[in-house]
Design a protein around this ligand. Structure first.
Ligand SMILES: NC(=O)c1ccc[n+]([C@@H]2O[C@H](COP(=O)([O-])OP(=O)(O)OC[C@H]3O[C@@H](n4cnc5c(N)ncnc54)[C@H](O)[C@@H]3O)[C@@H](O)[C@H]2O)c1
Length: 354
């Protein structure tokens, strides 16, 4: 990892657990930051650890197979969890119990109960727990957020989201009854709350396997969500899609009072409409302007780089990041309320956080 340019600030000592698919991506992110030092990398698969250590030129002494040993022996400034969701609860709690802050990959955990236990431990210990919802920190997403927040197009009335990918994964995904909803839609649900700045009020959804499905669980869904103030969101997604795929963010269309905002293929377009009133028939007439591409917001730090920097800053200054477990439980609850709707066939009212 690169050397610190800022001699006055000690490097942030990070323990990372899980060197799988996403762990590989995180190692790339860590290689590019100056002020974070990897002090331990925990991976139970020693063969995989050896490959990663070679690839990233890491010292063998940084490898641990036991998370508890690594925590105790290195006493890091923070831990980064990139393990499967079912490991997040015990790893988060073990760390917070000894006063060490946690940056966890999404989803928060493998069940609502585990998520609540993590939240309770964070509140009991007063130690920071943050979830890395990196999709918030992508240029097209920040661009849409800026357009909506400017108020230029007036209130948002409804949103349509489409997410279609053909993805083949094994491992922990095989253990999930609703792999798309639990492991992927959490990003989109979190983005809905982020874009709208509102909480959901009710959720109705269906989930299914396609006739050609290669997933063990349900890989396709259709969900209707109502947000505070009556904003309606229609979400359709599949991990077993055929033909044209969307980007990972998905395609989004925001119907607003004075026009539409479209994010498609990670490009953002706005089309305003003007209203002429006082016409002889008494009806207003709507005129659509030409669609305009919105230049993407420039971000010096994006995605995991951003969540990592928010985490280190929060540990150092005490300033809370946007996606603490206290906030994230609201996105996470949307996943489990959606699943409750799949399983009961009912519209599920979303309860406010206690
Ligand atoms: N933000 C994103 O875009 C994104 C993308 C992919 C995955 N993820 C998330 O990252 C996490 C990991 O996903 P993945 O695809 O890398 O999974 P993976 O199965 O490829 O890797 C997980 C690794 O954790 C290791 N592991 C399991 N239990 C362990 C333990 N007790 N101690 C140490 N290591 C242990 C496994 O051996 C494996 O190598 C999940 O929460 C997933 O949802 C996020």
């Amino acid at each position: 990892m690169a050397r610190n340019k800022e001699p006055s600030l000690p490097r942030f000592r990070l323990l990372m657990a899980g060197l799988g698919n996403m762990g590989n991506h995180w190692l790339r992110v860590l290689s590019a930051v100056d002020d974070v030092e990897l002090v331990a990398a925990v991976e139970i698969d020693s063969e995989l650890a050896r490959e990663r250590f070679e690839q990233y030129h890491l010292e063998p002494k940084l490898h641990f197979t036991s998370y508890e040993d690594a925590l105790r022996e290195t006493r890091p400034d923070g831990v980064l969890l990139v393990t499967p969701p079912a490991e997040h609860r015990w790893m988060s709690i073990a760390s917070m119990e000894v006063g060490i802050p946690v940056l966890s990959e999404k989803p928060l955990a493998e069940s609502m109960e585990s998520g609540q236990e993590i939240l309770a431990a964070a509140e009991r210990t007063g130690v920071l727990h943050m979830v890395s919802q990196d999709y918030r920190y992508r240029p097209p997403v920040q661009t849409v957020k800026r357009v909506l927040d400017s108020g230029d197009l007036g209130a948002v009335g409804s949103v349509t989201v489409g997410f279609f990918k053909s993805l083949i994964r094994s491992g922990f995904h095989d253990t999930l009854a609703y792999p798309l909803t639990i492991d992927m839609s959490i990003h989109h649900f979190d983005l809905m709350r982020f874009f709208l700045g509102r909480e959901p009020r009710s959720i109705y959804g269906r989930a299914w396997r396609t006739p050609w499905d290669w997933w063990k669980g349900d890989s396709s869904t259709s969900v209707l969500l109502e947000f505070a103030g009556g904003v309606q969101v229609t979400y359709a997604g599949s991990w077993c899609a055929t033909g044209r795929e969307t980007t990972w963010i998905g395609d989004w269309r925001f119907e607003c009072e004075h026009g539409v905002v479209i994010m498609q293929d990670d490009r953002v377009t706005v089309q305003r409409r003007t209203t002429e009133t006082g016409l002889p028939q008494g009806y207003p007439q709507y005129l659509n302007e030409k669609p305009k591409r919105v230049p993407l917001v420039k971000m010096p730090v994006e995605r995991q780089g951003m969540t990592l920097s928010q985490f280190c800053r929060a540990v150092r200054t005490g300033e809370l990041p946007p996606t603490t477990v206290r906030d994230n439980i609201n996105s996470f609850r949307m996943v489990w309320d959606t699943i409750r709707s799949f399983e009961t066939g009912q519209t599920v009212p979303v309860e406010d956080s206690p």
